[in-house]
Design a protein. Sequence first.
Length: 150
Amino acid sequence: MSKKPINIDEREMNIFRNICTTLYIITLFSLIGIQLYRQFALHQPQEEWNDIALLIAFNIVVLLGSVLYVSGTINPKKIKFRYLIAGYLGFILFGFLFTIFKYTVLLGQNIGLTQVLDYLLIVASISGLLALTWGLLAFLGSKRIEKLIE
């Protein structure tokens, strides 16, 4: 007889994981909605919603890194270098365009060429750090899975 207080079979565990995943996604999107509402509809100062934005960013970064490591399905060494560069440049372009959109359209600020270049440098640096971290986690995850298979 098992010493576990509750016997959960595979089907019940999958149901539990599906419920947890659904609630996690709902919570994350709710936090994003609350943060955007407070920032752009209520025009609250950054100190009022910055903690929520940091929690969202940390959560998403850790989520993607965890998925890359635990799944182990993506090995950056097996992906063509030009695809990695294209993905990185796309990541920078998306972040840069969102940053420009945020400051010019959503916040109604006038930005100069110097600020645009500063934003590009910041986005490229942060994107590079994230890409390197996620790439390392994906590589380590694929090595972990290979060891488990052997």
